[in-house]
Design a protein around this ligand. Structure first.
Ligand SMILES: [Zn+2]
Length: 168
């Protein structure tokens, strides 16, 4: 059975989620929102295979775009994803937590355009009332971690560990 045959069976069996998968699969039909494509969420510098057709993951990525990434893009300009979805192997290779939201396609590490203050971005995420799970500012890198959810938790990470900036 080839992948295309399997996808048809998934669509037949899983209803709406299957249709989402069919639209979002490797056919290039994934809408992604105005400024994001599915392939951006599968990037990895580990050399490991890191893409998926799992309809739950694809739906989570779409929710991450619609709820978090596109609003940030609309307000702050170009957003570059340095790590989105992670397979279990990739997550282990990069030392990710076993409960990481990257494993379900619900989190992304992003780099903002030159000149954009990352702290201003996370302050805006909180102050604007945006629904998100976590936003983490990493002092020792140039990226932010953002995820879907309802906690609206903002963390600041430096050499001494994680500090809570906003708990909700
Ligand atoms: Zn992350």
């Amino acid at each position: 059975m080839d992948n295309r045959t399997m996808l048809v069976i998934v669509v037949g069996g899983a209803g709406l989620l299957g249709l989402v998968a069919a639209a979002a699969g490797k056919s290039g039909l994934f809408s992604g929102g105005k400024n994001f494509s599915l392939s951006e969420f599968f990037v990895t510098d580990t050399g490991l295979d890191n893409d998926t057709d799992d309809p739950k993951v694809l739906a989570n990525i779409q929710a991450l775009i619609d709820g978090v990434l596109q609003p940030i893009r609309d307000q702050w300009g170009k957003v570059t994803i340095t790590s989105g979805y992670r397979s279990a192997e990739v997550n282990e290779a990069v030392g990710g937590a076993s409960t990481s939201q990257h494993l379900t396609g619900s989190a992304a590490d992003i780099v903002m355009a030159a000149g954009v203050d990352r702290m201003a971005v996370v302050e805006w995420m909180h102050a604007s009332g945006l629904q998100f799970g976590q936003a983490i500012y990493y002092e020792d890198t140039n990226h932010l971690h953002v995820s879907t959810g309802t906690k609206r938790e903002v963390l600041y990470k430096d050499a001494s560990g994680y500090r809570t900036v906003y708990s909700g």
